[in-house]
Design a protein around this ligand. Structure first.
Ligand code: ADP
Ligand code: MG
Length: 463
């Protein structure tokens, strides 16, 4: 069903009214009052914000709420990115397109992301360059191979290159750094970055519209460098795997570079066809591990410096010691700390850092999907098997929805991942469950208390 797109500003104004009902007046003034949008359709919503800092803050704290408001108001589920109206600098994790108003020849050409936006509606995040990447033992080899590939795309033995590792360890960053580097040094003409889910979505769409399948194929098969993010999500859909197989072959035969990221070694990707697995290990698979303390501290200094703030060594050490597993969380904590100090007009010192760490409780990565499932099952007097099973009784379904909601909000797992942990359910089922809980949470205070109690218990237990 093609939805008629109204004026973007009007749509956003409608969303803002809804947001205003949901957040405290002060928060609305701080974070939303000055926003506008430059693009709004079913694929992409670009929100304009006054500073890189508010982009990071809004993303960290309100992204999910914005997504659900947009869904409520427009029935659309676009990707959301932020753009800074004055000083275009990116802090958030999203793609920050360069402002349209900036004449292309005035900026550094390397910064003109319009040019490199070769995959449909996906561009590279400006921050994800080799220069911004801190090297440590955990990622030294992955970094070296990525750089080698970026310098001679298609010409090294590393084709394909697969970078694998846990969440938030810099896989996407390295993948996109290859794109930036090859582009900046004119080493490849057509660079395509695509999350595997987008590949799948584009493919399915092109099947529906029979004419565009040729377009789809020639688009991906004419890349000089194809960067595919999170191939673990390719495992759904036989047809997509088949299509990817042919894309892969076409590119590999003509010595084009393929780089992929994955959450586990290619050989361990259950559900992936053997013929794909065997091709994925033709080149090289390299792991990124969790960074060691020294690297975590260096990353904190670098990220702080980028926003123009210096943090002392003891603050960096405190944060680095507290958050061990995941760079994204490390960044998130630093952003919360800067926000806290700027809002409360406090020095960014050890005391403030301690406050933030205490407030955070255990870091979400210490909470596991299984732990949440057990906790929720216990509360409802169910076994974990019942919780993830097929039973449709009302109380089982409610418990299941709450568990999915908590996993989403406490760990931030992808809908697809959550579905896999609940007996291989489809991601749309998970989205529905999370939305259901969210709605009831807003309208039913005793239900809200139940969810909050469970959330507290989970966080306490994992301490
Ligand atoms: P992944 O794709 O592995 O989940 P990302 O590449 O999205 O992780 O990285 C998460 C965040 O951590 C990004 O903001 C990224 O810039 C940052 N990051 C990860 N590793 C490093 C590193 N070695 N140096 C600098 N920043 C890093
Ligand atoms: Mg990633």
């Amino acid at each position: 069903m093609a939805l008629e797109i109204q004026d973007p500003q009007e749509l956003w104004a409608q969303c803002l009214l809804n947001i205003e009902r949901q957040v405290r007046p002060q928060s609305f003034t701080n974070w939303f009052k000055q926003t506008s949008v430059s693009h709004f359709d079913q694929d992409l919503l670009v929100i304009q914000v006054p500073s890189a800092f508010s982009a990071a803050w809004i993303e960290e704290h309100y992204l999910q709420m914005i997504q659900s408001v947009v869904w409520e108001e427009t029935a659309l589920t676009p990707d959301i990115s932020f753009v800074v109206t004055q000083a275009p600098q990116s802090v958030g994790d999203q793609v920050l397109p360069v402002e349209q108003e900036v004449p292309a020849n005035e900026g550094d050409p390397a910064e003109d992301e319009q040019e490199i936006e070769s995959a449909p509606a996906q561009s590279l995040n400006k921050r994800y360059t080799f220069e911004e990447f801190i090297i440590g033992d955990s990622n030294r080899f992955a970094h070296a191979t990525a750089l080698a590939v970026a310098n001679s795309p298609g010409k090294t033995e590393f084709n394909p290159l697969v970078i694998y590792g846990g969440v938030g360890l810099g896989k996407t960053h390295l993948l996109q750094a290859i794109g930036h580097h090859a582009y900046n040094h004119n080493l490849a003409e057509k660079i395509v970055y695509v999350p595997s889910e987008k590949f799948m979505r584009d493919f399915v769409q092109s099947l529906q519209d029979r004419k565009s399948i040729g377009e789809f194929q020639s688009f991906y098969r004419s890349a000089d460098i194809l960067l595919v993010d999170d191939i673990q999500f390719l495992i759904r859909g036989e047809q997509t795997q088949n299509e990817f197989f042919h894309t892969f072959n076409a590119l590999h035969q003509s010595e084009k570079q393929i780089v992929m990221t994955s959450d586990s070694p290619p050989g361990h990707l259950d559900g992936l066809e053997e013929r794909l697995k065997s091709r994925f290990i033709w080149g090289l698979a390299t792991a990124i591990d969790a960074p060691e303390l020294e690297t975590r501290i260096a990353i904190l200094h670098k990220k702080a410096e980028r926003t123009g703030i210096r943090i002392s060594d003891d603050v960096a050490a405190l944060l680095g010691n507290h958050i061990r597993s995941n760079v994204r969380e490390l960044e998130g904590t630093l952003i919360s700390l800067m926000a806290y100090c700027s809002i409360h007009k406090k020095e960014l010192d050890l005391e403030a850092a301690q406050h933030i760490i205490q407030e955070q409780g255990p870091s979400p990565s210490e909470v596991s999907i299984e732990a949440i499932q057990h906790q929720v099952a216990d509360h409802f007097n169910l076994t974990r098997e019942q919780l993830i099973g097929k039973g449709r009784k009302q109380d089982v379904a409610t418990a299941r929805h709450i568990a999915m909601f908590l996993i989403r909000t406490l760990i931030g797992s992808h809908f697809t991942t959550i579905g896999l942990h609940f007996g291989n359910r489809d991601h749309s089922t998970v989205i529905h469950a999370v939305n259901t809980v969210e709605n009831r949470y807003k309208n039913d205070p005793s239900f809200a208390r139940l969810v909050e109690d469970l959330s507290d218990t989970v966080r306490r237990q994992s301490r």
